[in-house]
Design a protein. Structure first.
Lengths: 810, 154
């Protein structure tokens, strides 16, 4: 039977089996519903309260002078005139910063550079590095002062690209390392050499990725207020990882962590870009401590486009193939062009272990990686980190391999996918794919997108169809920073705390443990809370503001797709404990065993009876009528509980899991290319994705579409362009092209639900999947459309200029 | 310089620096924080307000240029505690994530509803291309605007 016929006869069976999970049938009132977002009533009235909407009394402002060169020595800084400008209060330079703080260290490098501070000290390594900071009475004057500062630089030769960085006698980014290779390591799992020796065929390509970024619409905002009277540093900032920031800033400034309170209001987008704001929190906090005034810094758009970004990179991908079309081995060599900011060096490479073999069963693979220091700006963990590049490279080589064995790319993929009966599947390096039905996801996508019909429609038009199948990992086991360097990992992203209380007036209050970046955390926590307490949403108050003093674990924040698992898990742990205590107190009031009680719309009631006590009555007992409490019961109804996903393995080099849940998706893109204009029009875009149990389908659908749109931008338009002196030429949205409503098509989403066995509700990650999977879907479609030109896509973005050149053999 | 600007029906008379941007007048002088700054170069549309009924990017104007004019911001959409139909349509269609672009999107929608009897999806996409959204991928925003036209009727 041909592949196509087999596919068509089986499609009904897939329809029947694979769409649902068991929970859909159970009776839930709030979870799984398209519950309207609570945040939105504030947003549409202009009352969200972002960081820049908040002022301290006597608010002052900072402005930062950045390096105009990518590599130079700072010979002198003259700021006398700036300091004399009316309204200017303070000028801070790297010299003072180096006296008052510590250098930045590397998290993953065996030997850390130790000459880079939160502000440039005697040397600048990228265009846009902060060199001088000014405090003034208002934001206009602060910026005026920058024009009055004279910095004398001595320019150094720049490091542009891979060959440039590695050649003998190359200029060094960190002289103390003696090389621009910050990290180099090699891993091998299974017998890769044998797989290649026995292969019937091998394919190899060098795939590249460019510099691009998610560019949240709200830039960094930091407002620091050091209060001498309370000896407390209070900071309001746009920070996605406040748990880590408090530790880093306390360490840099030499303060006890308890003297820092970090408030994170809802952010105007995060996407990982806001994981790097702690550098500026340190600078602005220092300015507040030095001036005794509250200091606010609002990053300009140009400043935000200086960096950080995703790194440029190269990967050599080689597959060993059998004549029957099975992938038997894979060799990868990955060069991460890290720019300079040692803190995150190597991260984009290391995290690739989370989806290295994609949805495929590849018995053996090796991975060699290099983190290269260059004069590119710093790197940050942008949406999906290294996983979009991993999937781009893998899904490109899968098309190349399919062609080499004469198979349809869909058929080739299905032949190599992990079959559902092998779940949970452990990859050669130890990543555990805990759930999913990969072939069903792809088959559904082919059906919805009318893959075969489009394949035929091609004739006579330059229409191309591209498939990409991606794994979207969630919840980070951050110990992978220690894969190459010695030591015991002292951090993990797999745990968090939560605080919930039944207030004295009978409201259920839940703190925000994962800062709100637009991913609907307030709503999601509210749905979970209402479900556990069977309480009217009006009676549940979920804070939209993160407060570092409210009880958190070490690395709390909104990152690595962990909210659905860890942050909901922590809230659930606290809600359950609180519920038990409420039931015990109600049992005391009603004279009924707790096991015979249930929550019923704001009351605790005897099962099957109308005997009830209101929650506010239980609260009165707990807070006010202490002498009436049952023996041994402590007063109050506030619970702090924590949760940790226990499937995180301790790290060793031969068996480790980088992330703990694995959503999967199949994208099918249909494009039409005009080689005369070099333009690409997306005619159809279908996503079938499986994020496990879904708490709010409206939110999940939006994240699937939005993350895909960000990948489409990266695939077709967005690129930070540098000249030969490593000047960033993309410093406005006129130069750095974001897709608008005219470029993004009506993306169609089909949700499948295979629950994860290792998360509290069976949820899996959503939010990065589109960014991970879409690059290859678009690239594969464009290449397919240009078949008769014989072009091969090995790098992005596919701008009109690039396509025009490709179709002309340039 | 003395300026007199009517914002959402209330006249504000203030002495301002000539270089003060209209968006900063709205945010810092009038205290209306719903209008956001996204790029300062007129590309992103986060600061979109209506000036004498027409959409403008308020980071591209000085406050003095709005002297004697009428400005409408997102805070003016709600009437007597009741959300406007475009506000309702955005909520019902999950048309926002972080919400930073939403006030600008609502103001352009408010203008489109006044100006056009109906618009196709493609026309809506063209009309809002000066308003960036980094989160949603626009699909649910276009759904919401389409829905707002439906709710208003023709």
């Amino acid at each position: 039977m041909s592949f196509r016929a087999e596919y068509e006869t089986s499609s009904d069976r897939y329809k029947r089996d694979l769409y649902h999970s068991t929970y859909v049938e159970t009776q839930l009132k709030y979870i799984g519903k398209k519950f309207r977002r609570v945040e939105d009533r504030d947003i549409v009235r202009g009352r969200m309260g972002y960081a820049d909407d908040i002022d301290f009394p006597g608010q002052h402002y900072a402005a930062i002078l950045h390096s105009p060169y990518a590599h130079a020595l700072i010979k002198s800084i003259d700021y006398t005139e700036a300091l004399n400008l009316a309204g200017v209060k303070y000028v801070l330079t790297g010299e003072e910063v180096a006296r008052l703080t510590k250098p930045i260290t590397a998290r993953a490098a065996p030997t850390s550079p130790k000459t880079q501070y939160v502000m440039a000290y005697r040397k600048v390594r990228y265009m846009g590095e902060p060199v001088v900071a000014v405090v003034a009475e208002n934001k206009y004057v602060a910026r005026d002062a920058l024009d009055l500062i004279n910095v004398e630089y001595e320019r150094r030769p720049v490091v542009r690209d891979l060959d440039d960085a590695l050649r003998p006698g190359a200029p060094l980014i960190y002289e103390e390392l003696g090389t621009n290779v910050v990290i180099h390591d090699k891993f091998e799992f299974g017998d890769v050499e044998e797989a290649f020796q026995r292969a019937d065929k091998t394919v190899k390509r060098r795939i590249g990725i460019h510099r691009y970024s998610s560019t949240p619409l709200e830039t960094y905002v930091v407002n620091a207020n050091y209060d001498k009277l309370r000896d407390l540093l209070e900071v309001v900032a746009t920070d996605q990882q406040p748990g880590r920031t408090v530790q880093s800033v306390a360490n840099l400034l030499g303060l006890p962590m308890s003297k820092i309170r970090l408030i994170v209001p809802p952010m105007g987008g995060g996407f990982g870009y806001k994981l790097a704001v702690w550098q500026y929190i340190a600078i602005i906090s220092l300015l507040s401590m030095l001036t005794g005034r509250p200091v606010k810094w609002i990053q300009t758009r140009s400043e935000s486009l200086y960096g950080p970004h995703r790194p440029k990179g190269y990967m050599d991908v080689e597959l060993a193939l059998s004549s029957s079309g099975k992938v038997t081995g894979m060799r990868l060599t990955d060069w991460e062009m890290d720019g300079n900011w040692p803190y995150v060096a190597g991260l984009y490479s290391l995290i690739k272990f989370a989806n290295m073999s994609g949805p495929y069963e590849i018995p053996s693979y090796s991975f060699e990686y290099y983190s290269i220091a260059t004069n590119y700006p710093p790197v940050v963990q942008d949406r999906g980190v290294g996983k979009p590049f991993m999937t781009f490279a893998l899904e490109r080589i899968m098309d190349v391999a399919a062609k080499s064995v004469g198979m349809d790319p869909a058929e080739f993929r299905l032949r190599n996918m992990v079959p559902p009966e092998k779940m949970p599947y452990v990859t050669p390096s130890g990543e555990i794919y805990e759930s999913g039905n990969f072939p069903a996801t792809l088959k559904k996508a082919l059906e919805v997108a009318e893959y075969w019909k489009w394949k035929e429609a091609k004739k006579g038009r330059r229409i191309g169809v591209g498939i990409s199948c991606g794994i979207e990992p969630g919840t980070s086991n951050l110990g992978y920073y220690y894969l190459t360097k010695p030591g015991t990992p002292d951090f993990t992203g797999a745990g968090e705390m939560s605080t919930v209380e039944l207030t004295p007036d009978g409201y259920l209050r839940v703190n925000m443990n994962g800062p709100e970046i637009g991913t609907g955390h307030v709503t999601t926590l509210k749905q979970v809370s209402c479900e556990i307490f069977d309480l009217d949403p009006e009676r549940v108050i979920v804070s939209k503001v993160f407060d570092s003093t409210e009880g958190h674990l070490g690395y709390s924040g909104t990152y690595s797709n962990a909210f659905n698992d860890v942050y909901i898990g922590a809230a659930l742990a606290a809600l359950r404990q609180l519920r038990e205590k409420v039931l015990r107190l109600a049992s005391h009031l009603l004279g009924t065993e707790p096991s015979d009680l249930e929550m019923r719309n704001g009351n605790v009631c005897e099962k099957g009876s109308s005997r009830c006590v209101e929650l506010s009555e239980v609260a009165r007992l707990a807070y006010n009528r202490l002498t009436f409490l049952p023996a041994g019961e402590s007063p109050g109804l506030r619970i702090i509980a924590s949760y940790s996903n226990t499937t995180a393995k301790p790290f060793n080099r031969s068996n480790f899991n980088v992330q703990l849940t694995h959503s999967n998706s199949a994208h099918v893109a249909v494009v039409e290319v005009d080689p005369q204009l070099g333009s690409v029009k997306i005619l159809r875009y279908v996503i079938v994705h499986d994020a496990g149990r879904v708490i709010n389908p409206g939110i999940v659908e939006g994240l699937a579409i939005g993350s895909t749109a960000s990948g489409i931008g990266g695939a077709l338009y967005e690129e930070f362009v540098f000249d030969e002196d490593m000047n960033n030429l993309s410093l406005t949205f006129g130069d750095y092209l974001k897709p608008t409503a005219m470029e993004i098509p009506d993306i169609e989403v089909v949700q499948m639900e295979t629950p994860a066995p290792n998360t509290p509700f069976g949820t899996k990650a959503v939010g990065e999947g589109g960014a991970i999977t879409s690059l290859a879907a678009v690239a594969n479609a464009v290449e397919d459309a240009l078949t008769d030109y014989g072009v091969e896509v090995t790098s992005l973005p596919l701008t009109p200029e690039r396509i025009w050149k490709m179709t002309r053999g340039a | 310089m003395k300026v007199s600007i009517k914002i959402n029906g209330t006249v504000l008379e203030r002495d301002v620096e000539p270089r003060l941007l209209l968006v900063h007048f709205i945010r810092d002088v009038a205290g209306l924080k719903g209008t956001h700054v996204g790029c300062e170069t007129g590309h992103c549309g986060a600061c979109t307000v209506l000036l004498n009924g027409k959409p403008v990017k308020s980071c591209q104007l000085f406050a003095v240029q709005a002297n004697g004019s009428e400005v409408e911001t997102v805070e003016g959409l709600e009437r007597d505690g009741k959300l406007s139909l475009e506000q309702e349509a955005f909520i019902d269609n999950f048309a926002m994530q972080c919400g930073y672009c939403t006030p600008g999107m609502l103001m352009i929608t408010h203008y489109l509803l006044r100006r056009y009897p109906r618009l196709t999806r493609e026309e809506i996409r063209e009309k809002i291309h000066g308003n960036y959204c980094m989160c949603t991928g626009y699909v649910q925003i276009v759904n919401a605007i389409e829905d707002a036209f439906k709710r208003r009727g023709t």
